[in-house]
Design a protein around this ligand. Structure first.
Ligand code: ZN
Length: 203
């Protein structure tokens, strides 16, 4: 199982970090060991003093596929959840400056939290769903999947030209504006439409 993540897929977030809105999706991977086990906290790693939360819509692949056309992509996933792409922003900044891969800042142990998977059928249009992240009950990020630069189906087409998608693979589809740092004992809650989908504590 692998986790494929999309960077800068919301114009508002690309702008807040001073990045251009990309002409094609920016991809990176997280290994299986990045996943936080159910009901476990997020532990701030020793190598960073600036861990950011990034709330994202996560889809779960349910069919093996390669070179999937966007028009068929909806057949390749049937479940959706919210997740957090935890990012060591200080380390990422250094790596970016040196033109090095982002992995150490993005794919470290415990850098991926995923909530409860819901049937895609539950939504009239998965490309028109609201989600939000609150830190200590204060809303910090509000997203709408309609604001993605590249739709989920476009992402699947693009990703599957490089990486064969396998059953159980997860795609983190990018974060909207409002990312920020976590501190010890923060309590994070993610809402998909009006339903609590994921909550976890920072340790
Ligand atoms: Zn992200």
């Amino acid at each position: 199982m692998k986790i494929i993540c999309v960077g800068r897929n919301y114009a508002s977030h690309a702008q807040e970090l001073g990045n251009e809105v990309p002409k094609e999706p920016a991809l990176f991977l997280k290994p299986e060991t990045a996943l936080i086990a159910k009901r476990q906290p997020f532990f701030i790693p020793d190598f960073s003093n600036d861990i950011h939360y990034e709330a994202e819509v996560v889809i779960k692949i349910n069919r093996l596929g390669k070179n999937i056309q966007a028009k068929f992509a909806s057949k390749y996933y049937d479940k959706v959840a919210l997740g957090i792409d935890f990012t060591a922003r200080d380390l990422q900044k250094k790596l970016k400056e040196k033109g090095l891969p982002w992995e150490k800042s993005k794919a470290f142990d415990g850098s991926a939290a995923v909530g409860r998977f819901v049937d895609v059928k539950h939504f009239v249009d998965i490309q028109n769903v609201r989600f939000s992240l609150a830190v200590n009950k204060e809303v910090k990020q509000n997203g709408k999947t309609s604001e993605m630069v590249f739709s989920i189906n476009q992402l699947i087409e693009y990703i599957s030209t490089f990486f064969t998608l396998k059953i159980g693979d997860l795609i983190f589809t990018g974060t909207p504006a409002g990312v920020g740092s976590v501190t010890k004992n923060d309590f994070l809650e993610l809402y998909l439409e009006d339903d609590l989908n994921l909550s976890l504590t920072v340790k």
